[in-house]
Design a binder for this molecule. Structure first.
Ligand code: 13P
Ligand code: SF4
Length: 344
């Protein structure tokens, strides 16, 4: 019996007590084993709605499991097959830095701030946003959420991904000149307009997988596949988002290719597992990866072996791989997540 077969056997045994969730960046085998796959938004919505499963095994990275823990009932147990699978971008902001930024920006700009954190962030940063009347955001709902922030006539503090913040605010009509940048390392705020014209402050964080995609990659890919459409994840830099034909969450990327015409060609700027699966699933279309080095090491830490181990552990009552968020943090973090989920 293969490890995957044993996973299916254990799933059958545990029935409704167990749910396996997988992000779109997981490998094919993990996606096969999963009951539900999605982008961060869909996975968060799923966690909020599913009240039945006692055990939720989250194949993704740490902030996703934390979000699931915050949104589920106290007696639902979230487990992550590779407990060390984190997101380096989420680690680019913590609560103390966010509090400090709040003071510095308020003092410098003399304005009211509404904080919006990408879900790719620590639970404590989500709690900070909840306490300050802000919200969370995903790449799947960024336009709606940032518009919500702009409509409050406050300056948005967008963290930790400067690229998602910049790309989204620009699409909503905010010129680059009206965007400030905050560097948490040097605790400095930079902007070129009058301080009263700053609309959004971008935390200088980024995802190393998407941030290193360059315009040269697009030029080379367009040359190699002249009639192809280039679509990228909005964690890519502004110039890349502008040079592409479209951008959006992993769910958006899948839908674009799925709904594309027979024979259509696609060049995709995001994690290689997803691009490979699109290539294999839609044989009537041509799918290419924009940058062959787009690999998220952390997403790839989940393996069939550690997933199986996690299920065997559940049977033994061993919850070493459980992800929990401290109640005092969860109480504020849930406010910011619920605000987001009520907007979409
Ligand atoms: P999505 O929400 O678009 O799936 O993105 C999550 C992520 O980590 C992208 O790097
Ligand atoms: Fe984090 Fe980037 Fe990996 Fe997504 S792809 S989990 S943002 S490091």
């Amino acid at each position: 019996m293969t490890e995957l077969d044993r996973i299916f056997e254990l799933k059958k045994e545990m029935g409704d007590d167990l749910i396996i969730l997988a992000h779109h960046y997981q490998s094919d085998d993990i996606v096969k084993a999963a009951d539900f796959t999605g982008d961060s938004l869909k996975l968060a919505q799923y966690a909020q709605q599913n009240k039945r499963a006692r055990y939720i095994v989250f194949c993704g990275v740490y902030f996703m499991s934390e979000t699931a823990d915050i949104l589920t009932e106290d007696d639902q147990i979230i487990l992550q097959p590779s407990i060390i699978a984190g997101c380096p971008m989420a680690d680019m902001a913590d609560m103390e830095q966010a509090e400090r930024a709040w003071d510095i920006i308020t003092a410098e700009l003399g304005c009211d701030i509404v904080p919006i954190t990408y879900v790719n962030s620590k639970a404590e940063v989500k709690a900070f946003c909840g306490r300050k009347g802000g919200t969370t955001v995903t790449s799947g709902n960024a336009a709606k959420v940032v518009k919500w922030g702009l409509d409050q006539n406050k300056v948005i503090l967008f963290l930790p991904d400067q690229n998602l913040g910049r790309n989204t605010a620009y699409d909503l009509g905010i010129p680059l000149d009206n965007m400030a940048e905050y560097d948490p390392k040097t605790e400095t705020l930079e902007y070129s307009c009058d301080k009263k014209d700053v609309k959004i402050v971008l935390w200088k964080g980024y995802c190393h997988v998407h941030h290193k995609i360059t315009v040269k990659h697009i030029e080379a890919a367009r040359k190699a596949h002249p009639n192809a459409k280039v679509i990228v994840h909005p964690e890519c830099q502004f110039e890349i988002a502008q040079a592409a034909d479209g951008k959006g969450s992993t769910e958006y990327i899948i839908n674009q290719v799925r709904n594309g015409e027979k024979g259509s060609k696609w060049i995709i700027g995001t994690e290689h597992n997803l691009v490979k699966r699109l290539k294999d699933s839609f044989e009537d279309k041509e799918v290419y990866i924009l940058d062959t080095s787009s690999v998220c090491t952390n997403m790839n830490r989940t393996t069939v072996q550690n997933l199986l181990e996690t299920l065997e552990d559940i049977k033994k009552g061993n919850f070493e791989k459980r992800v929990t968020v401290d109640k005092s943090i969860a109480a504020d973090a849930v406010k910011s997540l619920e605000t987001m989920l009520s907007l979409v």
